[in-house]
Structure formats: C-alpha cells, structure tokens
Design a protein around this ligand. Structure first.
Ligand code: COA
Length: 180
C-alpha cells in the first residue's frame, strides 16, 4: 500500500500551492445567497490569500435566480473584499479548481445531516483532482438551520427576510416576486 512518502500531495514539509498565492474555491448554487453563505465566505476569506466564489450553473436544475443574477448578487455582497472574486462555474468543479491552481475547496457544514453528501462530494473531488483538499467550515450557530429553499418559501409567503439574507438579496427577491 502506498505510504505518505509516495503521495506528492502529502509529502511532509512541502507547502501545498508552493510559494504562490494560496487560492481556495467556495462553490455553491447560491439560489439565493444567504447570511449563512456570507458567514462561510468571510471566514474563508481570512484563511486564504484569495477566494473565488464559484456560482454553479446547472442547466438541468431550474433556479429562482439565473446564474448571472446570482453572480451579480454575490459581487454586490463581496464588494470591498479585496481578496474575493466571483465567477460562474461551468462543468466539473475538480477541473475548474485545477485550472485556477486552487489548493482548497471550501464547503460549509451546518449540521450532521450535511455530512454524508459533503463526504461523498469531497472524496469524489479528491479522486478527480488529488491536488485539492476540501476544507469544511462551520457557520455561526445562528445560521445552522438556514437554507436557500427556506428563504424562498418565506419570501413567497410574504415573510420577513432580514434575519436570513442581506438587504441586497431581500430586495432582489421581492423585486423578482413582484414581476412574477
Ligand atoms: N448557510 C445557509 N445555507 C447553506 C449553507 C450556509 N452556510 N451551506 C449550504 N447551504 C444550503 C444552501 O442554501 C442549499 O440549500 P437548498 O438545497 O435549499 O437550495 C444547500 O445547502 C446546498 O447548497 P450549496 O452549498 O449551494 O451547495 P449545492 O449542493 O447546491 O452545490 C456544488 C453543490 C455546486 C458544489 C456541486 O454540485 C458541484 O460541484 N457542481 C459542479 C459539477 C461537479 O463538479 N459535480 C461533481 C461534484 S462531486
């Protein structure tokens, strides 16, 4: 069985990503981005030299906001965060991470119920791209119950959104619902 010394990723004493920027990707659907996503994003921004928020464009899944709208929302939310970029993610995350030279994929873990799905995704991504580690961060306990679906449900039923999403997102949701 191969040991640590045979695995270039795990060789001791070597800093992953060399001496260059330590770049991480925070991927998600963000439909819409919530205060919980923002919480993870802020934590990740402090850990890495550069963070790319990658907005997944899934043509098979119908979304409330288009990928372009989600991109613009996240750009608005991260304005002034100098080490954070927002891009649209097309295709495989593992390939995208490789193209960008990322050393990590950041995911939020809200509760045990997230674990199985995240574990499966992390190991699949590791198989596809052994150079990238998945790093899990926990959001503030205030947001462990939160999901984008909940936010959309509350909005459709006319509920108050300010505890769940930043004002920019709340306004965009309301505007979109008025046009429906
Ligand atoms: N705060 C609030 N909500 C959170 C959250 C947080 N910190 N973290 C996750 N969530 C919620 C989201 O709101 C979302 O809720 P919803 O199901 O009600 O919409 C849910 O958790 C999952 O959302 P998200 O974190 O956006 O992940 P995702 O499962 O939608 O995204 C991708 C998965 C995009 C990372 C994955 O599909 C991917 O990598 N796609 C690219 C193609 C690919 O490489 N596929 C193979 C993957 S192994």
């Amino acid at each position: 069985m191969a040991g640590i010394e045979d695995n270039p990723v795990l060789r001791p004493g070597e800093r992953q990503g060399g001496v260059g920027l330590r770049l991480a990707i925070y991927p998600g659907t963000f439909d819409p981005p919530t205060r919980g996503h923002l919480d993870i994003l802020l934590r990740a921004g402090k850990l890495f030299d550069k963070l790319i928020v990658a907005v997944a464009e899934n043509p098979l899944k119908s979304s409330f906001f288009s990928a372009k709208e989600r991109l613009n929302l996240l750009k608005g939310l991260t304005e002034g965060m100098d080490n954070v970029d927002v891009e649209i993610l097309k295709g495989l995350l593992a390939n995208y991470a490789q193209r960008k030279g990322a050393i990590a994929i950041v995911r939020g873990l809200r509760a045990i119920s997230d674990f199985e799905y995240e574990f499966q995704m992390a190991l699949t991504n590791r198989r596809l791209n052994p150079q990238v580690e998945t790093v899990f961060l926990m959001p503030s306990e205030n947001y462990t119950f939160l999901s984008s679906t909940l936010v959309k449900n509350i909005a459709e039923l006319g509920g108050e959104l300010s505890a769940f999403v930043p004002p920019l997102v709340a306004e965009s949701i309301k505007r979109k619902l008025r046009r429906k």
